[in-house]
Structures are given as C-alpha cells and as structure tokens.
Write a protein that binds this ligand. Structure first.
Ligand code: ATP
Length: 457
C-alpha cells in the first residue's frame, strides 16, 4: 500500500485529528485546527520531548518566553536584516514563488541552491528556462527579498516606534534569558534551556498540509557549553534526537541525516545537520541540529550592552559559551508519526482494517471502554472514570463490537477493554490488543498496570 499524501491527509481529516481552519467561513488558506485527537497527539509528542530533553537530563531546564519581544532582539539576531526568502512573481499569472523552491522542484531535488546568491539563482532559472508551476510561462520578475516576520503594533499608535514582531523562532527567548536562568538557578556549563511554543513565519509558499504553515509550534533547546566541547556535544545531540524518534516508533527506513555543505551553512554556524523524513512527496527537513557557536550570545551582548560571559568556576576564565541547538517543529513530527503509523491490513475474513500503529506513548486515547451490551453501561462508565485517572480513556457503546474496534483502530487506540456478564460476577474484563488483535481476560487493576507499563517512557 502506498501512503500517498491524499490518503494521509484524508485520514487525518476524517478521524478528526485535523480540521481546516475557519472552515465555516470558507477557511483561511493553510491554517489548520487540531481536533481533540490531534491535540492529544500533539500533547503526547510535546510531553515525550520534555521528558527526555528536560526532565531526565540533570543539566537542562525549560522556560516560556513571551512571543512578543523587544524589537532590538530581532536586530541583534539578524532576523530583521536577513530573515528573508527570495521571492519572484510570475508576470503572467501573478503568482508568487520562492526562487530556491523553483530550482529544487524543477531539478527534482538534485540541485540545492541553499547558500546561493540571488544572481546565481536568477541565472540558473533563466538558463534552464524554468517555467512557472502555475501557468507554464517563463516570465519572472527579478528576485526580491521578502522578510518572513509578521509585524504588528503594540499599544494604541500604529507607527514605526510601536512595531513589534511575532517571533519567528523560540530560540531567541533562551539567549535573552541566558543570564537570568544561569544566575537564578546557579547553573554550571554545560546546560541547556529548552522551550516549547508557537512561532510565526509569513512563508511565501506554505503548504503540504501541516508541513509548512505560517503558525506552528517549535520545541527548541539551546545547549550552552565551553568553547571546544561543542565538537562533542554537536554529534551527541544529533544522535540523541534520532534515537528519540526511533524510540517512539519512527521507521528508520524513512529517516536520514543530511549534513549541510559548507556553502549551505549559515555564516555563524560551524555545522548543521538536518534529520530528514521521507514525506509522501519526498525527503524533507524534520529536525535541524546546529552548532551556533557563540554568535547569538555575542550579538545580544553587543546590542543590549549586558555582559553575557560566563565565569568558569574551574578555570576561573571568562568566556562567551558556545551553543548547540536541536530545533524541531511539533507539526512536522505529528505528520511523520501519523504517516508512519498508518496501515491497511487485510484480515482473515477478507475485510480491510485501517489501523494506526502509534507507539502507546503517542496514541491519543490509550484505552477504549466498551460495554458488550447496554446493560453493562453503568459498570463500564465506572471503569472508564476509574482508569481515566491514569490515562486517556474513551467510552463507546454504539454499534456492534466489531465496528467499535475498527473505530478505535482507526485512531490508534492500543487497548480496547470490553465489559460483559463476567465482569459483573468477578470484576474481570477482556483486553484486546490493537496490533495483534489478541485478547485476554484480566482484572481492572491488571489492565491498569499493563497500560501504565506500556506508556512508561
Ligand atoms: P525549512 O527549510 O523547511 O523552511 P528551516 O530550516 O527554516 O525550515 P528552522 O529555522 O531550522 O527551519 O526551524 C526549526 C524547525 O522548525 C524545522 O526543522 C521544522 O521542523 C520547524 N519549522 C520551520 N518552519 C516551519 C513552518 N513554516 N511550518 C512548520 N514547521 C516549521
């Protein structure tokens, strides 16, 4: 079975994981709302990140910085001057395109123009007579730089002085709060500051469902270390991210590392590796891991006038820490886990069942409580209430038991619990396992222990 883009998107919509944003008003392009199962999946992804990157790591802590930051932050970080994409208009049909995307798509990914100048891209597009993907004409304007930051105004006046930006990444929050966290928490290097939160980019060509949107959630960590030790920490975090994905059921065949070539590297970066995933349309960036050196802290020192140096208690030296950053988007992980989990199986009966093989840690609903007949509803509801103290449960009494199992398979519920006559006698229930469809009889307490064990992470 080929997991086509349409198949995955339609399953996400049909099962209520994702809805079109503002749908009853005809939508707002490339905005998506996450329905209840979608929120649960996102929450479980975020919780799993927090657990491994923060909670279990003795060095790392988490913050929540404001989305609106002093505009000087974006001057210091280089976003105001340089966070732009190369924009070209088709003069014939008036559509807008990213010059680098035109080249990548035209060459089926064989030519990667990251790091090229505008002139190089224009020349390539002209020489290869690359057509407009919408109308086929070859009649583009020259490249203009388009800044990706959303602007708005703070307060009652709408002028240059009151302009603020929606943050295009969460990372700057960690740099700006570096000193506060280090001092208040008496942190010694190396240590990381992580953050989960919304970022906004006015992407020229959003699309591919939730892969590229203008509003998205990031999970980023800035790991500060002594200069020189970044050479060890960079490969460490690169592998840590990959292992995290694999431990949550990511399919190794669909994942790879891609190191940036020296031409592609940002001027401040010593090394960058993307973890790429084979999305239904081809390989794409999932997670970026970069050695950002001391660039950001040094810039903020310059622009804010604050000394952000670290006094090393061992060597008594003062220096600006280096920083290794693993940065990932929650929605891209969502898309990846959703696609990997999707399966269509032919059963012995000849029927097909759609089943989402989510890792139990990620599955939105952990257990569905299903009374075999309505006479057991009260008892089943009590069991649901009791188990939902530990994990997410759903109660369903409508339709045949086979139909109810199918519904749970389609959203990836790893355990179905049926309540029947015997439950009223000895308190046991039947637990049915999603992947094998095998069943066994257990007490409610055994079920609770088993599920708690399966979702330990
Ligand atoms: P791309 O090359 O795909 O535009 P990027 O290199 O600009 O991504 P980063 O700035 O490294 O992305 O951001 C870190 C992570 O945030 C990315 O790896 C991705 O998972 C996520 N991300 C970035 N832009 C978007 C977006 N527009 N929509 C959804 N997720 C995004």
């Amino acid at each position: 079975m080929e997991k086509t883009f349409d198949l995955i998107v339609s399953h996400a919509k049909k099962t209520g994981f994702v809805f079109q944003g503002s749908e009853i008003y005809g939508g707002l392009s490339n905005t998506w709302d996450f329905g209840p199962y979608g929120v649960m999946l996102k929450d479980h992804i975020k919780r799993a990140w927090q657990k491994k990157f923060i909670q279990e790591d003795p060095n790392n802590v988490e913050i929540q910085a404001a989305i609106l930051m002093n505009p000087r932050v974006w001057e210091a970080s280089g976003h105001l001057a340089g966070f732009s994409d190369p924009l070209m208009d088709c003069k014939q049909c008036k559509t807008r395109h990213r010059a680098d995307h035109l080249i990548v798509n035209f060459t089926n990914g064989e030519v990667n123009p990251e790091g090229w100048s505008n002139e190089q891209m224009e020349q390539f597009i002209t020489e290869h007579h690359i057509p407009c993907p919408d109308c086929g004409a070859h009649d583009f304007t020259s490249i203009r730089k388009f800044n990706l930051m959303f602007k708005t105004f703070m307060g009652t006046l709408e002028d240059a002085k009151s302009t603020v930006y929606l943050r295009p990444e969460t990372a700057q929050g960690m740099f700006v709060d570096f000193k506060n966290v280090q001092r208040a928490y008496r942190k010694k290097l190396p240590f990381g500051i992580g953050q989960i939160g919304k970022s906004f980019r006015n992407e020229i060509t959003p699309g591919n469902f939730i892969f590229r949107t203008r509003e998205f959630e990031q999970m980023e960590m800035e790991f500060f270390c002594q200069p020189g030790t970044d050479d060890d920490w960079f490969p460490y975090w690169r592998q840590f991210c990959m292992d995290w994905i694999l431990s949550l059921g990511g399919n190794a065949e669909n994942l790879r590392f891609r190191d940036h070539t020296p031409e592609e590297l940002s001027f401040y970066s010593k090394g960058t590796t993307d973890i790429e995933y084979k999305f239904p349309w081809g390989w794409g960036e999932l997670w970026g891991i970069a050695d950002r050196t001391d660039y950001d802290l040094s810039q903020h020192m310059k622009f804010s006038g604050e000394n952000l140096e670290y006094l090393d208690p061992v060597t008594n030296e003062k220096y600006v820490p280096y920083c290794v950053e693993p940065a990932v988007g929650v929605e891209r992980l969502f898309f990846m886990f959703f696609t990997d989990a999707y399966d269509e199986e032919t059963l012995a009966s000849g029927d097909t069942r759609i089943v989402m093989h989510f890792h139990p840690v990620l599955a939105p609903v952990k257990a569905a409580i299903l009374p075999l007949r309505k006479t057991y509803s009260d008892l089943a509801k009590e069991i649901r209430k009791d188990l939902s103290y530990d994990f997410e449960c759903e109660y369903d009494e409508s339709g045949s038991i086979g139909k109810r199992y199918r519904r749970q398979d389609e959203i990836g519920t790893p355990f179905c619990i049926t309540v029947d006559e015997q439950t009223t006698v000895d308190g046991t229930v039947t637990i049915r396992y999603r992947d094998t469809m095998e069943q066994e009889r257990l007490t409610v307490e055994e079920v609770r222990a088993k599920i708690n064990q399966a979702i330990r992470f």
